[in-house]
Design a protein around this ligand. Structure first.
Ligand code: SF4
Length: 119
């Protein structure tokens, strides 16, 4: 099965065509090696860094920006976002604080993207 994918590794945004032939993954349309790697990964199992916000208590702001400290399988992103929607953290928070360990058994942690003082 051929997949047409936009490479998101750099701003050039090459259009990649990825398919399997003789048990090998073929990537076409990439202008560099990074696109080859991205195309292969994307074909086998797409992964993404998760960025979203969570509720925070005791701060001037109502939501805290958070991100994953590694890539999460794309097909588990919705499940992770839903899990994060249910949590609430308490200020103060320091950027990089681990807020959720091993989110949805992915082995990846969710960390604060910025610090937030208590009000
Ligand atoms: S294939 Fe290379 S040049 Fe093209 S978008 Fe990907 S990283 Fe950039």
């Amino acid at each position: 099965m051929k997949k047409v994918i936009t490479c998101i590794v750099c701003p050039v945004g090459c259009t990649l065509t990825v398919y399997e032939e003789n048990h090998q993954i073929i990537v076409e349309g990439n202008q560099c090696k990074r696109g080859q790697e991205f195309g292969e990964k994307e074909y086998i199992r797409p992964m993404r860094i998760l960025t979203t916000t969570v509720k925070i208590k005791g701060s001037l702001h109502k939501r805290l920006p958070v991100m994953s400290d590694g890539e999460i399988p794309k097909d588990q992103l919705t499940q992770c976002v839903q899990a994060l929607y249910k949590i609430s953290v308490q200020a103060p928070i320091i950027r990089g604080d681990i807020l959720v360990k091993d989110i949805c058994h992915t082995g990846i942690n969710i960390v604060a993207s910025r610090s937030m003082k208590a009000d």
